[in-house]
Write a protein that binds this ligand. Structure first.
Ligand code: SAH
Ligand code: SF4
Ligand code: F3S
Length: 472
């Protein structure tokens, strides 16, 4: 009998073979043109998507494409997000412009993938209105990019390959890392929570955890390659491992990752409040490597709305959890996601959200106006508030969140703390940018040779959401 591992190993081997063939084929093409073939990779959405893009880029580099930031490339790949309507609109906007580029370079190939492509209406629309797209695939078959390119080279029409779902996890394919010293690592895929507003479970499929051995193996390889910080990725890392043949908790996984020699920092996202265990808090409190930061999306402060959202905790549960976290790890930085204008939300419900924001005092919060996603339960609910009321609430929330964050983020002013130097400051190239354990950034004068190293920096001046500092 073929086991799942067998199938996956065979699949990976098949893809590597195709990559070898393509390498030869594309080298010939590049020789004919007398220049290297280029690719441009555009990515929208969350860190899961960013990680998928690194895998796609790994495949493209392996077969011989050279990266360019310009969209005037021979191969353009757009990894899409559909979590809010805005994300979709941006893709259609870009596609319109790409038509002109393709006229200039008929050799150009355009590929679309990611969450938006898992929606059949989107694919229909692209088939009809954006005929210049060459390849469309989804979130479950990222590993197949080389095969899809080969299919496209051998055919005239649009190549479309969307899977409804998958139970498979194909390991051991190339990945092109954005940073030398830090890297995201998938620990699970998909989501089973079905929050009533959210499209993710529909486009990312059911929850699947990677085996702990595979995760540890990958991190060990990364560390031997110079990586000092990993970010463990999943839509709900707190339910990691529950569906494995040999179940293991997320806290247990963290303990194993902590033991990897040479690894200095461990981060993870995202934590669902309903599954955050005491065991996890204990592991975090005792760890020297797990960063003092928890992203704990609250979504709303109203128990009624949380119930309509299917979040499975109450306002009181959330506040009690935050108290427990702050007691266990006093210097923790807490960040969150909040949705304003969920259909059933009234002014009273919104005041509950403000109340929680004031009580918790988040270090930062991503705030979103609810966006209707067709196919989700919330999409058929009637609105209790007008658009203007929602806009006005959003502004009030944003103001509150920012005022609090400014104070919370300044609390370490004057202290000296360790940062991982990540690169040049984007605004001012005479400065370096480093990241504190609590995820805040510090800008300070220093030499580029420090990038990728840990340094002690004095946090001389708090600037609201970041610090200006100096090396000590
Ligand atoms: N798995 C993560 C969230 C992933 S989506 C979690 O549960 O925390 C990132 C954020 O987008 C969510 O936390 C939510 O705040 C926001 N979001 C998701 N669907 C949305 C929608 N339909 N409208 C507005 N914001 C939404
Ligand atoms: Fe969406 Fe909820 Fe899953 Fe997060 S936990 S991805 S918000 S369904
Ligand atoms: Fe967007 Fe997909 Fe992530 S919908 S937020 S890219 S999982």
């Amino acid at each position: 009998m073929r086991t799942e591992t067998n199938i996956n190993e065979q699949e990976a081997a098949k893809q590597r073979e195709i990559m070898e063939r393509l390498k030869v084929r594309l080298a010939k093409k590049s020789e004919e043109l007398g220049r290297p073939l280029t690719y441009c990779s555009v990515c929208f959405g969350c860190q899961m998507n960013a990680k998928d893009s690194e895998k796609l880029e790994g495949i493209l580099e392996t077969i011989g494409y050279v990266r360019t930031e310009s969209e005037e490339a021979d191969f353009l790949i757009m990894n899409t997000c559909t979590v809010r309507e805005n994300a979709n609109l941006r893709v259609y906007g870009r596609l319109g412009q790409l038509k002109k580029l393709k006229k200039k370079n008929p050799e150009m190939m355009i590929a679309l993938c990611g969450c938006m492509m898992q929606e059949s209406l989107v694919v229909e629309k692209i088939k009809q209105s954006y005929r210049h797209v060459d390849i469309i695939f989804g979130t479950h078959n990222v590993f197949k990019l080389a095969e899809l390119i080969e299919n496209k080279l051998d055919s005239k029409g649009m190549v479309i390959d969307i899977w409804e779902g998958t139970t498979e996890i194909v390991e051991d394919l190339p990945s092109d890392r954005k940073y030398d010293f830090k890297c995201g690592v998938n620990i699970m895929f998909g989501c089973n929570n079905f929050c009533s507003y959210c499209i993710v479970p529909y486009v990312r499929g059911r929850e699947r955890s990677r085996k702990p051995e595979d995760i540890i193996d990958e991190i060990e390889k990364l560390v031997s390659d110079g990586v000092v910080e990993v970010m463990l990725l999943g839509q709900n890392v707190n339910s990691y491992g529950k569906t494995l043949d040999e179940p293991i908790s997320f806290a247990e996984l963290l303990k194993r990752v902590e033991q990897i020699e040479g690894l200095k920092r461990i981060r993870f996202m995202t934590s669902h409040p309903k599954d955050l265990s005491d065991e996890l808090l204990e592991v975090m409190a005792n760890s020297t490597k797990i960063c003092k930061h928890l992203h704990l999306p609250m979504q709303s402060g109203s128990t009624k709305i949380l119930s309509d959202m299917n979040r499975r905790y109450t306002k009181e549960d959330y506040l009690a959890l935050v108290d427990k976290i702050k007691t266990a790890i006093p210097d923790i930085s807490l960040t969150t996601d909040i949705i304003v204008g969920f259909p059933t939300e009234t002014e009273e419900d919104f005041l509950d959200t403000l109340d929680v924001v004031r009580k918790v005092r988040f270090d930062s919060a991503f705030t979103f106006i609810y966006s209707k996603r067709t196919g989700t339960p919330a999409a058929t609910m009637e609105f209790a508030s007008t658009e203007e009321e929602i806009k006005e609430r959003f502004n009030r929330l944003l103001h509150e969140v920012q005022e609090i964050a400014k104070e919370t983020c300044s609390k370490d002013e004057g202290k000296t703390m360790e940062v991982l130097v990540e690169g040049l400051d984007e605004q001012d190239e005479s400065l370096l940018t480093g990241r504190l354990s609590n995820n805040l950034l510090v800008h300070f004068p220093g030499d580029v040779s420090l990038i990728g190293t840990f340094q002690n920096v004095k946090l001389s001046e708090a600037k609201g959401f970041y610090y200006i500092g100096e090396l000590v």
